[in-house]
Design a protein around this ligand. Structure first.
Ligand SMILES: [Fe+2]
Ligand SMILES: [Fe+2]
Length: 299
């Protein structure tokens, strides 16, 4: 059995004091927003409690699906790397970026500069220009890391994969499927968004669903929406579970789901794969991290 842990959107605080020149446009709004409400929503003590529980959960590998920082100021990336190092080594932890990690054009390279060894494939020969999708083999699992992190204008939190990444994803999934791997696709934005989330959706979500329908995957994990979610997509050989988790630092007092992470206990059986999903997190009114539920993800 292989145990995979998934947490997302830690939105690490506190926010460093930005230089005035750095706090223009979208960042100025984000800076105000952080001090007005977000710093109460994303609590370091909540994240610490969640991570402490996760460290004792016996996970073989941890994935973090983006939004580690808030405004993508360069000064946020070093502390985020320190947090990652506390979570585990680059071999045991896989990271993909979220929209907050590429908040503005000047920040595009920061995540690769600071967290590059957490978000790269097993092959050292991968050129930096096509970092995504990257591929990591861990036990019977293969993790396929995507990036939807693109800078956007004020009030937008959309993401985009682009045709090159989608094309490469299709061939990677086919090859891995032929080799009998348990394919886990990691993406920050969910592959389906409700209409009310138009301004924070994945722009090429239909194209992604097309790739998954044609080439298949065993599990898709995402962040961004900050809530528990499970959606099933059609694949070529059965259904594909698509699972989202709340922000790993979400205060139980906030108006969205309190902080949680998911564990996946994955076993190869004679007639295919067995995957049990276990939710652990905070519960409004309770203290400490608890099991919130478990579910068999039958394909
Ligand atoms: Fe987020
Ligand atoms: Fe996000």
């Amino acid at each position: 059995m292989f145990v995979l842990a998934h947490l997302s959107d830690p939105h690490l605080g506190p926010l460093p004091a930005g230089r005035l020149a750095e706090l223009s446009g979208k960042r100025a709004l984000g800076y105000l927003n952080w001090h007005r409400s977000r710093r109460e929503r994303h609590r370091p003590e909540v994240l610490a409690a969640l991570v402490q529980d996760l460290q004792g959960a016996g996970a073989d590998h941890i994935v973090v699906t983006g939004d580690l920082v808030n405004l993508a100021l360069r000064a946020e990336f070093g502390p985020a790397r320190q947090w990652l190092c506390g979570l585990g080594s680059p071999h045991d932890v896989t990271v993909i970026p979220g929209n907050h990690d590429a908040y503005m054009r000047d920040a595009i390279a920061h995540s690769a500069d600071y967290w590059g060894d957490y978000m790269r494939g097993d092959s050292a020969a991968e050129p930096a220009t096509s970092r995504f999708p990257f591929v990591r083999h861990r036990g019977p699992l293969t993790l396929v890391g995507l990036s939807t992190a693109v800078p956007t204008g004020p009030l937008l939190a959309t993401g985009r994969l682009g045709s090159g990444q989608l094309q490469r994803l299709g061939s990677i999934l086919t090859r891995l499927g032929e080799n009998g791997r348990y394919r886990v696709v990691l993406i920050h934005h969910p592959p389906t968004s409700p209409r009310r989330q138009h301004f924070k959706r994945l722009i090429d979500d239909a194209a992604l669903r097309g790739v998954l329908a044609e080439h298949g995957a065993e599990l898709v994990l995402h962040g961004h929406s900050h809530v528990h979610s499970l959606v099933w997509l059609e694949g070529p050989r059965g259904r594909i579970p698509v699972v989202g988790v709340p922000s790993a630092s979400a205060s139980p007092q906030a108006d969205v789901d309190p902080a949680a992470y998911n564990l996946y206990r994955i076993t190869r059986e004679a007639d295919g794969w067995r995957c049990e999903a276990i939710r652990r997190g905070l519960f409004t009114g309770a203290t400490g991290v608890l099991e919130l539920g478990r579910q068999e993800l039958a394909q």
